[in-house]
Design a protein around this ligand. Sequence first.
Ligand code: GCU
Length: 361
Amino acid sequence: MFQAELQKRNLPDLFLCPDGTRVSDRAAWETQRAYWREVLLENEYGQLPPVVEPAVTVTVNPVTFAGKAVWETVRFTFSYGQKSHTVPTQLIYPRGAKGAPFFVMLNFRPDIPDRYLPVEEILDNGFGILTFCYQDVTSDDGDFSNGLAGVFAEGERRENSFGKITLWAYMAMRCMDYLETREEADIHRVAVAGHSRLGKTALLTAALDERFAASFSNNSGCSGAAISRGTCPDGETTKVIFERFPYWFCPRYERYVDDPTTLPFDQHALLALIAPRVVGVGAADEDHWADNDAQLLSCAAASPVWELYGKPGLIAPDRMPAIGDEHTDGALGFHMRAGSHYFSRTDWLVYMRTMNKHIVK
Ligand code: GCU
């Protein structure tokens, strides 16, 4: 079924090189990988700002989580040219942790805990967390003068200038830089996670930064995990997402959005950039807007890249998603729970099981 559905959608061939040759081994894929990275940055998300080393200040918060954990507020101040901006983040880890696996979690709110972030349960499973509120990086609107958008503003936006998703991903990468300085974290076992627009961001983060061992993309849908060709009738299309949220993307995306068959890529390329590392694509049965079939098909289309590395990608029955699916035996995982569009505890349990199966062991 996957192959028939994918054939109808006629996605760009991940292995077809610009010079007309085809990728047949890992070395050739590394070159092709760099090509897809540029294609996505130039045409969809926009280029990253330069890496700036922030000044960091740390405040330890009062004892919380029944004394089991340490919670620090870590503020990153980015200065570039005449401008600077401070982003607060929250670092929480099991007391006494050394070399613990970690989640960098992009969230909608700064709260600890938060309804999308069951902190105590994550800690009890042995993971640390470094999280920030995305709007503390830059606002979720078309204003490119505030936060990191303002710090890195280049005057008039160009065709390939960063959209907001790229800036939120940039901050997640700076979190990884910081974790490299902390003995509580094992930097080889860090995952990035987010929901919806921040699930799109979690995929882009790991796609661009190979230090992340895993990416968990919850209900990310259009311009995230879901392929854009052949959206289901009640699913979000590239046209609609660009009408409502043009600032999430680079201006050049507009050229293609009315007709996704003109896109020089599809979203399976975003997943493929993360291979052979671990990916978890989370779907919710009632979340038709995120197009669950298109998310699973995207995994099926990207899977051969994992196989090139001699690792199983998607291991799943050859049918569309059903409630209760948890296909995480391969490194490219997919699950679908009952219910609507949100980051549930059930999703977290799947992502932690996936980490334990493939990375923590
Ligand atoms: C809107 C948008 C989606 C996005 C979602 C979210 O529904 O259309 O693309 O994923 O917001 O971030 O919650």
